[in-house]
Design a protein around this ligand. Sequence first.
Ligand code: IVH
Length: 662
Amino acid sequence: MNIKEQILALRREIEQHNFNYYVENSPTISDFEFDMKLKQLQELEKAYPQFFDKNSPTQRVGSDLNAAFEQVPHQYPMLSLTNTYSEGEVSDFYNRVQKLLNADFQIVSELKYDGTSISLIYENGVLVRAVTRGDGVKGDDVTANIRTIRSIPLTLKGNFPEKFEIRGEILMPYPIFEELNKERENQGLAPFANPRNAASGTLKLLNSAEVANRKLDSFLYYILGENLPYNNHYQNLMNAKEWGFKISDAIKLCSSLQETLDYIKFWDTERKNLPVATDGIVLKINDLMQQKNLGFTAKSPRWAIAYKFQAEKAITRLNSVSYQVGRTGVITPVANLEPVLLSGTIVKRASLHNADIIEGLDLHVGDMVYVEKGGEIIPKITGVELKERFFVNEKVKFIENCPECGAKLVRNEDEAAHYCPNEDACPVQIKGKIEHFVSRKAMNIDGLGEETIALLFENKLVKNVADLYELKKERISRLERLGEKSAENILLALEKSKEIPFSRTLFALGIRFVGETVAKRLTAVFTNIDKLENATFEQLISVNEIGESIANSILDYFQKPEHKTLINRLKTVGLQFAETEKAEQKSDKLAGMSIVISGVFEHNSRDEYKQIIEQHGGANVGSVSSKTSFILAGENMGPAKLEKAEKLGVKIMSEEEFLKMI
Ligand code: IVH
């Protein structure tokens, strides 16, 4: 086998393993073996860049260079479905269809997945475009993000039509959703209300590398095109599974009304065991000719309906409202309820989110309230039964002081949440900050879990993250449950953390709104902590994707003398507060320039070009704007970027021109 054949064979093999793992849920090799194969392919592709292919499974990692989304029209409008809520309405639908068709017909029963819909276009077996629903007529081109989803095939197998569109749902599985929300709360960001919002929010991220991290999944349920292999929906879908798509195993071909009603009943309970959200059942007439005869109304097809599951509801008494202080100081009001059975679990508490929600419900202590478990994981209060309000109870009034430390709470304009500003003295926040600092994505200090941190804090050994570096082995090993071995491991991990690069150290400080990505963007421009500390509001907001709230939060942080002291102490113990690779400045030929990198290069990789730009005083930015100095363009530059550059008159420079210039 020559090199090219070897690369192609590896790509095919890896795609098959991806399919086995992400679509079939039945891997045939270990994760380790898979990683080895992927690594081998990466190495071959690096050594032989002439065989680059954007559809290679190595390209699923995304990039942080996506331009804003381009709007594109749908070839067939993306309609919605008529909703029904009762068996009666389902049988009305069945009878209506029977009358209109006046012939035998079959119904395909499917789960209604509760994610965000997507349209995928394939040409000659290759994914060419992925578009969101948008307003139904046109949507956002999110191809770069969709490419990172492992269960969506980039190239097809078997006997597929030359050109077709397939639609489906992009979903965030519950475990990924919960992990993401935990991380967001750690970073002081508002959690997503449900997996649907999380999935659609993720698809709109400008950074496809971040999308890749979020592990979205998909189910496809509707094929459109001129030359489909079968004249019915069911067989086409089953066939699409062979091409590599993830098609639900729950799809059932039904021949009577009773069968569809049984299907609904079965899944209304069984769906609770699925790893993704569903909010109903979709019923579709199987035969494509019959579908065509039934046709569409302006809004939806006459050949399909959705049956929506009832959001489970219960009524119970509100006993009191308590307030929790999060790690970043955000206050969450929680309703304490008279225990009530809801979807098989006893509910005692419900989130009230923020002061506006309490005000909107006009809540009084002692009210009888409706609790619902809809798409949301935590039950919420959806209303008050005023007929049951016999006595005038006291109105729920949001607290003014922190329940943990007593500090006066603040609420910024345009923000829904109240928070405790006493970040360096409020015990919950101190512990939270340390937990965040040591977490895997920050300083990665193993051995310091929540309990150990609480012990260290209660024994007055640490009250901020700089104290961690002054811990002595003897003191740690004397603590309950810890021994000499754990003490040694903790000290070792602390020592190792001194090598963590600047962007992660900055992230670890836990400045409000400075998450991983924001920290990376900041350190790319402000290459050491002094530069960041001295940055003005204008300088901060001129950085790609840094808005006013983030800028204000950074300015606030550095205004406090205790933070300066803390950073100085951390500097003294040897943490990284400067970008190291960029230390060797080669020239200032690109000083003050904002440069966008796009396409595939021959002489250096994208990352190497990023570094070269910085070494010559320039800044690498993600998207094209009127402030862009020029675009460093390789092969296959994205069409959206090209169009935007032309519109704004931004110069496009080839690799050769650029190398000559510097
Ligand atoms: S078929 C012409 N099948 O529900 C309509 N839709 O209200 C074709 N959905 O926008 C859609 N699961 O996002 C269809 N198995 C399924 C579905 C499904 C979820 C969503 C989809 C659509 C909405 C319709």
